[in-house]
Design a protein around this ligand. Sequence first.
Ligand code: 6R9
Length: 647
Amino acid sequence: MSDASVIPIREDRAKSAWIDEKGYFDLYERSIKDPDGFWAEHGKRIDWIKPYSKVKDISFDRNNLHIRWFEDGTLNVAANCIDRHLAKRRDQVAIIWEGDDPSEHKNITYGQLHEEVCRFANVLKAQGVKKGDRVTIYLPMIPEAAYAMLACARIGAIHSVVFGGFSPDALAGRIVDCDSTVVVTSDEGLRGGRKVPLKANTDEALKKCPGVKSVVVVKRTGGKIDWADGRDVWYHEAASKVPADCPPEEMKAEDPLFILYTSGSTGSPKGVLHTSGGYLVYTSMTHQYVFDYHEGDIYWCTADVGWVTGHSYIVYGPLANGATTLMFEGVPNYPDGSRFWQVVDKHKVNTFYTAPTAIRALMRDGEEPVKKTNRKSLRLLGSVGEPINPEAWLWYYRVVGDEKSPIVDTWWQTETGGILISPLPGATPLKPGSATRPFFGVLPVLVDHEGNELKGATEGNLCIADSWPGQMRTVYGDHQRFIDTYFSTFLGYYFTGDGARRDEDGYYWITGRVDDVINVSGHRMGTAEVESALVAHPKVAEAAVVGYPHDIKGQGIYAYVTLTAGEEPTEALRKELVQWVRKEIGPIASPDLIQWAPGLPKTRSGKIMRRILRKIAANEYDALGDTSTLADPGVVNDLIENRMNRA
Ligand code: 6R9
């Protein structure tokens, strides 16, 4: 690798890391040649109640699809994240909580975590929650979010965490889909000094959820809320009445651990289901190797627990490894643009893991807010959620990391449970913008549109040829949708929905989604979801939504809207539609640009030609390609003339 843009492995890193470059190649080869032997050995990194004798039972054949790992073993995930550390780490900090307001922080030791989780588990039991029941968690970034998740794991209930930024409607849909009987929320959340009305949103959502019997309310701000007697329970009151110990439930490896809803290219969000044994093996192992986690490290992932990154790399992976994990309630620019680095200095953070959108937003404010902090504790930087452009990568590396900390650009998905492609700090020379090489046991392949595997340096659709223990097992309540979405486009492979390029060194460069999913600030949005929200408005006849390049967010949301006959396109209506989508889905789905479209480009069979809409939204209207199949070529000229993005 002689390319000038390659950043070589630092020698001190290769020496101190779990694995160096030769070690990586050896272990990777072993993991691919003998997956059973490899995972039989590494499955032992967690504690099993009954050890497994079977390791891997997999078929990616869509007519006989099954994915089972460590099938006959039993364990408890919460006991692995807490109890097994108590002998050695009772007084070690498990969670550092940093509040939205810089004057607030809290350290929670493993001993305290044990008590908190047990009490939470007993409160859930007192609400009638049993093994296999679904519990929806709609909380801000407070320690109780982790307690509630681990409490579910402790008693064998399945949690479904819903991001606090989602609207009442979005929350209701997720509660109903998995039929939760209990919702855990808080009076309000606090972000950037602003209050988020979580309890009020829950009250609104529950009008559509007759199955919910109780709402456990954690007091965060003490703000005024409505109260439904007989349904609502204050967490602190219930917790004072239950014992501080709760025995962990013995679970099978393939018993469900959680459901997490994610957007796809069609229909409503899917309930991605993860199970217990394989997920914990995989998240703890990737956390150790990718973040080169060592005893005593202070580790900070800035994600929200409402996303998979928060599940795997704030809660389960780090805690399974007995790490100290930092949980941050606030936002990067409050009280000012130095906040991330002030928190790094305050808690002596060694590993910092965030999203490119945050880096790009901070980059816009220049170096000064970073440079006025010292960041001496930092040893490793991470990126996740979307492709990181080389410019942002280099800024992160140079300005934040002072060219001392490697950057791990980790590619993975809600569906994959854990990181699949990423550098390892002591083993991988870095290339800005590349997620580099696969993790152990991961077999990426690039295929053309017909599903033929492409070899060597090339570009194609990114698939994975064999299973890894952290893989999702099904779409909750709809196994056929699981098969159709991931195993039916390219037969015999798991299809990721992403495109990628592989260079001559075998490095992967993720190019982004190849389906109708857009990635806005690292959050996945299905264009179909935004469209159906728009057409639900009485003045909208038709809508087509595409992504377009956005400096900070990565992609912005561009909506083409056709109004019902007789409606006037006004600025007021444009604002109203943006508000409408915020209310229907949540602020993350707000359209950035809305173009009035008297007509949409369609084929003669009535299919919207999104390719054309994407080009116009990207301001690349002079390269529309073949438009000869359009039913009415005239509509395109109107769309070009009135395009909203002239950047
Ligand atoms: C973990 C997470 C998954 C989608 C994925 C891809 C994009 C995530 C990336 C990345 C390029 C990276 N993505 N990490 N693209 N480089 N390092 O983000 O899960 O919310 O399900 O999103 O995000 O497009 O398919 P999720």
